[in-house]
Write a protein that binds this ligand. Structure first.
Ligand code: RIB
Length: 339
């Protein structure tokens, strides 16, 4: 069997140089890299991933840790990661932790033992402590949800500004009593979107009314229950739901109770999942560049892995959101005129 020693001997370079060339690492000239790759091809060198891991070489495997694989936001994110990983010759492993921090930490420990090259992490309701210790020394990029207290590369959107834009759209249609179905309050993106709802109202001179806020869970069921709760309280003409899935639940909760959307109540979401264009009425939303979030995060991670250096200066990449106006939002209903 051809070994890395044979490649080094034939190319007239050290084993470390062969390793750098095969792992696409920095600190090697383009000519040398080219020569090593040609020799490896000529000799029919086939890297053995287990043996490579044992000698501390890259395994060309990265992992993506997700809190929820059932939410259509995340498959779109995975697609962006997968395509970039394929382009750069890396295998992608998926780990689902259902918002369970202990499970996430256990997965990271197992990935570490498998000598994974790097980790992409979407936090659930996670504290930084366990995660920071678990990922220490492994190139890690956090995406979508910032982890307070964790200094790490981050690729996300401005959740607060996006939520503010959503509520400003409703304000521009004349709504003043705008309810909010939040995300889980222990998840950063849920928290930041509630702040954005508040920002928009305060900027418009409207006192945010706590009676118009119901905590949701980023799921259809939570949105449905929240709509029923809001109907029992009354006094609103629009609902901003913290994500599209919960907005879909809100739509159903309202429509089942005989509310016309958007004639009686406008509804909008956040995310821009594909499904949102197929509800009745079609959902107005603030779209995130979900595919691009995944792709950009994977690119950043593999650049870190290729550099073979620790993240001394973590980078934060903030991608833009965009308002997608469809049929679920309309002008605020006029109060009926008494005759
Ligand atoms: O829909 C899932 C939500 O959780 C998305 O809005 C995403 O941004 C996240 O934080």
């Amino acid at each position: 069997m051809v070994t890395v020693h044979d490649v080094a001997a034939r190319a007239g370079v050290s084993i470390a140089t062969v390793s750098r060339a095969l792992n696409d690492r920095a600190r090697i000239s383009a000519d040398t890299r080219q020569r090593v790759l040609e020799v490896a091809r000529e000799l029919g060198y086939q890297p053995n991933d287990v043996a490579r891991a044992l000698v501390g070489m890259a395994t060309r495997t990265i992992a993506l840790l997700l809190p929820d694989i059932t939410n259509p936001f995340f498959p779109e994110l995975v697609k962006g990661v997968q395509i970039l990983a394929d382009e750069r010759g890396h295998l992608l492993l998926l780990c689902h932790n259902a918002d369970d921090e202990e499970k996430a930490v256990a997965d990271i420990e197992m990935l570490r033992r498998k000598k994974i090259d790097g980790i992409l992490l979407v936090a659930g309701a996670l504290g930084a402590g366990g995660i920071a210790a678990a990922t220490s020394g492994i190139p890690t990029v956090v995406l979508d949800r910032r982890i307070p207290g964790l200094t790490c590369d981050l690729v996300t959107v401005d959740h607060r500004a996006g939520a503010r834009a959503a509520v400003e759209h409703l304000l521009s249609l004349g709504h003043r009593r705008i309810a909010h179905v939040t995300g889980p309050m222990d998840v950063v993106s849920g928290h930041e979107r509630r702040a954005g709802w508040r920002d928009a109202l305060v900027a418009a001179g409207i006192e945010p009314d706590p009676a118009l806020v119901v905590e949701g869970d980023f799921q259809e069921d939570g949105g449905y229950e929240a709509a029923r709760e809001l109907l029992s309280r009354g006094g609103f003409t629009a609902v901003f739901a913290a994500n599209d899935l919960s907005a879909i639940g809100v739509l159903r909760g309202l429509i089942e109770s005989g509310i016309r959307v958007p004639d009686d109540v406008s509804v909008m979401g956040f995310d821009g999942v594909h499904l949102a264009a197929y509800t009745t009425p079609r959902l107005t939303t603030v779209a995130q560049p979900v595919f691009e979030l995944g792709r950009r995060a994977a690119e950043l991670l593999l650049d870190r892995v290729a550099a073979g250096a620790p993240q001394q200066h973590p980078e934060t990449v903030i991608l833009g959101t965009s308002l997608v106006v469809r049929d679920s939002t309309g002008p605020a209903p006029q109060p009926e005129v008494e005759s």
